[in-house]
Write a protein that binds this ligand. Structure first.
Ligand SMILES: Nc1ncnc2c1ncn2[C@@H]1O[C@H](COP(=O)(O)OP(=O)(O)OP(=O)(O)O)[C@@H](O)[C@H]1O
Ligand SMILES: [Mg+2]
Length: 319
């Protein structure tokens, strides 16, 4: 397996002031014995609520942090022991923090990386040209990074992570704060990268659509523990979650009656909200309603990740 994580833990020591000259030592178990493997060429989503341990995991996979326990290998390399050697084979994007030189024009950061990673000239040119074209960086190369918009900077960061042809790309919230169009561009690029080059991708996000559009497999971490690893559809089932169909009828009517698991959960004038199992396609329900009711408009709302996870936990606690 390309990435192997076996019983990995990370414990942070934190000192907290509890009074005058009084300090308390406390341990935070950020990652609590997680195990998973990722095959070459896979594109895996890694999700969970704030503070779950996602970034800590990614930092251990890059070698920035040393695990407190367990075993970790990326391309056969122990990341924290051979961080330099691994750096030539991995790319990382932290959405919250740029790896580019803030005051330099974008192209200068790339030139520095060209030298730092000793990328052969031909390969550097080729990768740069490809990224510039696909990420639409042409007009931005001479602009200092601090003058770039968030979406432009993110695309600049993604290009920077790929100039040395990494076999695996870790993305920690690559779409955070981006508008719909920028998100679509980033997703499109990642899909092509994974498809055309077979780059292995591990993607952390709070946007369920990133996962839906990119990843066939999703891992969920909560309080440092892996609570789910499988297909996205299965996650909805595991969470027992529902989607909401919002329908606008021609006029105010009594609650829509349809068979099966769908039911009206709210009405407001001619608008009605129906909850139905997230694992089922909406099409059947829509055509049933369209046949029996004067339907004007409709939309489907996805459950958000936090809600799905909260429900998974509630189910576990009551099981
Ligand atoms: N350097 C550190 N020192 C002490 N505690 C830390 C450190 N880094 C992270 N933590 C703690 O470890 C836990 C996991 O943090 P982590 O950043 O991995 O979460 P995350 O899943 O990435 O969350 P988010 O979605 O908010 O980015 C949190 O409780 C955090 O406060
Ligand atoms: Mg994080």
């Amino acid at each position: 397996m390309f990435i192997e994580v076996d019983g990995v833990e990370k414990v942070f020591e934190v000192r907290r002031r509890t009074g005058f000259l009084k300090r308390e030592r406390r341990q935070v178990r950020a990652v609590d014995s997680i195990s998973f493997t990722v095959a070459r060429g896979e594109m895996v989503g890694y999700i969970g609520p704030n503070g779950a341990g996602k970034s800590t995991t990614i930092k251990m996979l890059t070698g920035i942090l040393t695990p407190s326990g367990g075993r970790l290998r990326v391309a056969g390399i122990d990341p924290s022991r051979e961080r330099r050697r691994l750096a030539h084979r991995i790319g990382v994007v932290f959405g919250q923090r740029t790896t580019l030189w803030w005051d330099l024009p974008l192209i200068d950061s790339y030139r520095l990386m060209h030298r730092m990673y000793r990328i052969p000239d031909g390969r550097y040119r080729e990768n740069l040209d490809r990224c510039v074209e696909l990420l639409e960086l042409g007009g931005l190369l001479d602009v200092p990074v601090r003058q770039l918009s968030l979406g432009q900077r993110m695309r600049g960061d993604i290009a920077a992570a790929l100039l040395h042809d990494p076999e695996v790309l870790y993305l920690d919230e690559p779409t955070i704060g981006l508008d719909v169009i920028s998100k679509a561009k980033v997703r499109e690029f990642l899909r092509e990268l994974n498809h055309d080059r077979g780059t292995t991708v591990l993607l952390t996000t709070h946007d369920l659509q990133d996962i839906e559009q990119l990843c066939s497999r999703v891992m969920v971490i909560d309080h440092g523990r892996m609570v789910y690893d499988g297909p996205l559809a299965g996650l909805h089932e595991a969470g027992g979650s529902e989607r909401i169909l919002v329908v606008d009828l021609e006029r105010e009517l009594p609650p829509i009656e349809v068979g099966g698991a769908a039911r009206v959960v709210r009405t407001e004038g001619p608008r009605q909200w129906l909850a139905f199992p997230a694992g089922e396609p909406a099409a059947g329900l829509v055509s049933q309603i369209a046949a029996d009711y004067p339907l004007v408009d409709l939309s489907v709302r996805e459950p958000d990740i936090e809600a799905v996870i909260a429900r998974m936990y509630a189910d576990k606690a009551s099981a």
